[in-house]
Design a protein around this ligand. Structure first.
Ligand SMILES: Nc1nc2c(c(=O)[nH]1)N[C@H]1C(S)=C(S)[C@@H](COP(=O)(O)O)O[C@H]1N2
Ligand SMILES: [Mo]
Length: 429
């Protein structure tokens, strides 16, 4: 949807009916049906269905018939969440965490991290080869993969670089999307990798596999065989439909709780071995500096983490009184055990309510009512997982990892509230 710019009031989340009318008035070819304009018709109708600019909101929806049914749904013209930044070839687009409810990321808003563009793979051409230290090398196409027994599970994916700009170059004007939007969650459907590995017959002594993507980055990562036998999936379904191209259509590897990078998209090859492959992607990146001028390689499991998504920049508290503090918490080590919230910069903490299903390796929503007294406040959230791991403070994290660390930014996030109600990102909490 094109944003009306001619109305001062038509800001994100504050769009008026007049603004919509004004923006729709200039659309050529918008068809008149009944007494109000509907979607543009003709050759551009398909595109127009996704572009809600052409919709006019009637003054009284009870006075005129509504829209006709359509082949594909649209969002309400009053909501327009977007990934950002869009249009990058080697980079990422961040999911708008602040615009979401629940824990599932709508597929068209699922974050993207691509090393050399979104590969467009023809499903008829796609094949997966499983070879190396196996008894019976396997080559299967999509039709064959779809005939295996499936499982459906809800898991998050988080890029190990999530939070990097908030750590390296924090700015008060950062939204939850900019701070932590390289996190998304879907209901995935696919075949346990264990099924395929059993069919291929893993040879004794095979302790690793390397998985390779069929994109222009030919991204490849080594993974312990145990993960493949444990809960790894070869998935083709995402939130009730085929994977989106940017999430690996037709097939990706899904390693629950492991850093995003290991979840190889457009996966085409899995080679069993008795050692890690030391591919370009695992030797040039994804290591963590630790004290003593050393680095830890293969930090697969994502640490426990949380982020408040509201109140957060650019929100403004309009009056004293009760405000919900809401956010997401997740861990690569099973379930979230508890989430605590502080409104005084970490001096005191109170337990937040964990809301909805608490599934392993899937985020939870937390919520906590807060009575704002009009004074400046610093809001923080701190998650603990069922293994007892707790999010460190920024200072603890920085002491262990150093200023130049590049991955796995799992420390506590904060937001400051000024006496005028303005909410800003507060980096060093
Ligand atoms: N083949 C391939 N797989 C890939 C990537 C890639 O660029 N190519 N990016 C990786 C990285 S760094 C991350 S964080 C996740 C992102 O998954 P998503 O784009 O579906 O959110 O995919 C991983 N798998
Ligand atoms: Mo990533």
């Amino acid at each position: 949807m094109k944003r009306p710019t001619d109305e001062a009031s038509a800001r994100e989340g504050d769009i008026t009916r007049r603004a919509l009318l004004a923006s729709a008035a200039g659309i050529a070819g918008a068809a008149v049906l009944g007494s109000h304009r509907l979607l543009a018709q003709g050759p551009a109708a398909g595109a127009a269905a996704a572009d809600t600019t052409a919709i006019v909101v009637p003054p009284d929806p009870t006075a005129v018939p509504g829209l006709v049914t359509s082949a594909r749904g649209i969002r309400s013209p009053f909501v327009h969440p977007e990934r950002a930044p869009a249009g990058v070839l080697s980079g990422a687009s961040f999911a708008p965490l602040q615009n979401m409810s629940g824990t599932i990321t709508p597929s068209d808003l699922f974050f993207e991290r691509i090393h050399n563009g979104v590969a467009l793979v023809d499903p008829q051409q796609w094949k997966l080869m499983i070879h190396g230290m196996v008894e019976r090398p396997l080559m299967i196409d999509l039709e064959q993969l779809l005939r295996y027994p499936t499982v459906t599970r809800t898991y998050f994916i988080e890029c190990s670089g999530n939070g990097r700009s908030a750590y390296r170059a924090p700015k008060p004007e950062m939204t939850p999307q900019v701070v932590d939007g390289l996190l998304s969650t879907a209901e995935w459907t696919g075949v346990p990798l264990a099924t395929l590995l059993r069919e291929a017959g893993v040879k004794p002594g095979a302790t690793w596999f390397v998985a390779e993507g069929g994109d222009a980055a030919r991204l490849s990562r080594s993974v312990p065989v145990q993960k493949g036998l444990d809960d790894a999936l070869v998935v083709w379904g995402q939130n009730g439909e085929a994977l989106r191209p940017s999430n690996g259509y037709p097939v990706r590897l899904l390693l629950p709780g492991f850093e995003g990078n290991t979840n190889i998209k457009w996966v085409r090859r899995i080679e069993l071995s008795d050692q890690p492959n030391m591919s370009k992607d695992e030797t040039s990146k994804y290591t963590d500096p630790i004290p003593g001028s050393k680095a830890r390689q293969f930090s697969f499991v994502m640490d426990v983490k949380s982020v408040i998504t509201s109140p957060a920049f650019p929100q403004q508290l309009t009056e004293k009184g009760w405000w919900p503090i809401r956010g997401l918490a997740w861990t690569g080590r099973g379930k979230v055990a508890k989430v605590e919230v502080s409104t005084d910069g970490g001096k005191t903490w109170q337990a937040a309510r964990i809301e909805g299903n608490n599934l392993p390796l899937a985020p939870v929503r937390f919520e906590c009512m807060w009575k704002w007294d009009g004074n400046p406040a610093v809001l923080m959230s701190r998650a603990t997982d069922e293994m007892g791991a707790v999010q460190p403070t920024w200072a603890e994290f920085k002491r262990v990892r150093g200023a130049g660390t590049d991955y796995h930014f799992s420390y506590i996030r904060g937001w400051s509230v000024a006496s005028d109600g303005a909410v800003k990102y507060e980096a060093e909490v």
